[in-house]
Design a protein around this ligand. Sequence first.
Ligand code: ZN
Length: 325
Amino acid sequence: MTADRPDALRTFVAAHKFRGPLPGARLIVLGAVHGNEPCGSIAIERILQELACGELEIIAGQLTLVPVANRLAYERGTRNGDRDLNRNFAPTSNPSDNEDFIANELCVLLAEHTILIDIHSFGWQSSPMVLLGQDSSARDPQPFAFACHEEALAAHLGVSRALYGWLATNMQRAHRRGSSIQYCKGTTDYMRSVGGYAVTLECGQHADPLAPELAYNAVRNALAYLRLIASKTPQPKQEIELLRVYEVIDKNSRKDRFVREWNSFDRLYLGDAVAYRSDGTPVLSPADGFILFPNTNAEPGTEWFYLAEPDPRALRKRGVCSKGK
Ligand SMILES: [Zn+2]
């Protein structure tokens, strides 16, 4: 624990639990896993008020709301307290930093649930999206049994773009570098590892006034879709663009540079020059698709940008999975 943190209470995770009289899904919603992403906290506080005044009532299953997962980072207005909570997310027997303590509490909470919605936002302008887990198609050697449940939930959150392949791509990078695969894993990966399913909801730019509204509507829709509240089942979004993240390119040198200023989801075509290495060698797009999360300020040896390709498959909108499909 560092000197600016005299009160151990800062690592205390406040969770609000509501149980319905009927059996049902067990949903947990996290806000502010990253402290400078307030939209989830605002949305969750609004839901808490509605539950307190009786405007909302949980009739089945369990709902657990965590408005601020990372209190220290939230109070500082920074992404992290001591480190990124959404990396290397797992229980540890020797917790040594703020995020270790939080992860230990959150992992116990997550394991009590079957579904996680983890609400985030971006540091740059971007349309909202939902991140799914493993690829459930034949490309994935170990299909995730609940992939279609994730897709169906994602289709009811009100966003029109869904991404998958994040973990697989980062694990490939870890393999190439001989670094820890565990580092790549965040809250949703942990939820899947304990038998549940999970989505990361990215609500747009941190300060976008529409982001809390999007987060709120997504949680309300999820409560109705999962039948935790008595409400008409929401309609799934009909047109959802599905993208597969398939590659991450590291910056090698401070002199590596982009050919131009890129924004996430700018189009790329096969052979397009994306960047130049320090010796002038172009880094070419290996396929038609999109650039994601370009980071001009990346340090050498860290992730510089990601590549994604469109998946023409339609997102499954009903959570009826046959095993392994
Ligand atoms: Zn985040």
